[in-house]
Design a protein around this ligand. Structure first.
Ligand SMILES: Cc1ncc(COP(=O)(O)O)c(C=O)c1O
Length: 389
């Protein structure tokens, strides 16, 4: 490893040279099945021919102009996202964290518009929203925050999937303007809420005049079987953040807002040099086109259910397995012990998986995996768990 990289990561001693669909090849020509998709990013798989063609075409036409001028592809993408979500306006940045910053700024504007000096946002314990200062302050994980104090103020914490706790906060705290939640907590180890939780959150937000802000950076864009996970419950948020899969690997984040929340930003309130440039937004348009044309969401739902059933069939009663959970192709298998050895065994067997919170095997494969690939992931992961002492 180069001595000149900041030591922010502890990478596996492996580097990939090329990819195709759900396959990756390392520098020695060994082939691996990717069950992480670059942390939930390459939903359409690696080197997707149609996406690659669009990137190449746009790169040789016009990459960047700045937001000083109109960007027709950005407008098309905003229209497309508005259609998919039933929401009104979009701001484009370059990452998930930047989209989260935007939604938090919208919450602050909403609070000040109501005359609150110190508007606050309810955030969830064990949540993850990114590494920039406000996003890490919103995050419910001390490890992410440690050393970076003072944190940004204005967050009130509640346990995830506990409506009673939110209702209690509503009774006592007049400064709250919004609730920020992931529909499924990804980094926390694919933690799913009780059925009906989002609808209940929507109700509490409506009762109190709060914004419902959903972080669908990991759970969105077909991963759980709908465009966005909240659509399973027919709930519409006031603000939605998306990123990861939006341009299948190019850096883009989107903050989508509805109703009054969509009109709070004014010229000069917010911005991003690269945000929404022609290369990124045209690529994202093509990703959404492919997702729609190939009904990627339905495929993710079916394949995900088959994988979940297969895991349950094979691991049911295994004392090393605490819980199998998730939706679509966002799957978590929580072990009673640390899962690092399972990850190593899977890698030796040519399957790339991820571990969250030390004991949860997290699978976020490309959404285009076929049946044989899904079976291979299940079989290698199960065998690696069964090989534990
Ligand atoms: C739910 C959620 N929010 C925010 C982020 C931050 O996104 P990024 O790493 O693109 O800044 C992530 C990244 O994993 C995430 O999973």
């Amino acid at each position: 490893m180069s001595e000149h990289l900041m030591k922010t990561y502890a990478p596996l001693p492996i580097a990939f040279e090329r990819g195709e669909g759900a396959w990756l090849w390392d520098e020695d020509g060994n082939r691996y099945l990717d069950a992480i998709a670059g942390l939930g990013v390459c939903a359409l798989g690696h080197a997707h021919p149609a996406v690659a063609k669009v990137i190449a075409e746009q790169a040789s036409t016009l990459v960047h102009t700045s937001n000083l001028v109109r960007i027709p592809w950005q407008e098309k993408l905003a229209d497309r996202l508005a259609g998919i979500t039933g929401m009104d306006r979009v701001f484009f940045g370059n990452s998930g964290a930047e989209a989260v910053e935007c939604c938090l700024k919208i919450a602050r504007l909403a609070g000040h518009a109501r005359g609150l000096e110190n508007p606050a946002v309810v955030v969830m314990e064990k949540s993850f929203h990114g590494r920039t200062m406000a996003a890490l302050s919103a995050t419910g994980n001390r490890k992410v925050q440690a050393g970076f104090e003072p944190l940004v103020s204005g967050f009130v914490r509640a346990p995830f999937s506990d409506i009673g706790a939110i209702e209690k906060i509503a009774q006592h705290n007049r400064d709250i303007v919004a609730v920020l939640a992931e529909p499924i907590q990804g980094e926390a180890g694919v933690r799913t809420p009780q059925d009906g939780y989002l609808a209940e959150l929507r109700r509490v937000c409506d009762d109190n005049g709060w914004l419902l802000i959903l972080d669908e950076i990991q759970s969105g864009l077909c991963r759980t079987g709908r465009w966005f996970d909240h659509q399973h419950e027919d709930v519409r948020p006031d603000v939605l953040v998306s990123a990861k899969a939006l341009a299948n690997g190019l850096p883009i984040g989107a903050c989508v807002a509805a109703g009054a929340a969509a009109d709070l930003m004014k010229p000069g309130s917010h911005g991003s040099t690269f945000g929404g440039n022609p290369l990124l937004t045209r690529t994202a348009c093509s990703v959404l086109d492919i997702m729609e044309a190939e009904d990627i969401a339905a495929g993710a739902a079916t394949t995900g259910q088959k994988m979940m059933d297969a895991f349950r069939d094979r691991l049911d009663g295994d004392s090393r397995v605490k819980e199998i959970r998730g939706r679509g192709l966002m799957i978590g298998i929580e072990l009673e012990c640390k899962a690092g050895a399972v990850k190593d065994r899977c890698l030796e067997a040519g399957v790339l998986i991820n571990v969250a919170q030390e004991s949860v095997i997290r699978l976020l494969p490309p959404l285009i995996i076929d049946e044989a690939q899904a079976e291979q992931i299940v079989s290698v992961v199960c065998a690696s768990i069964e090989a534990l002492d």
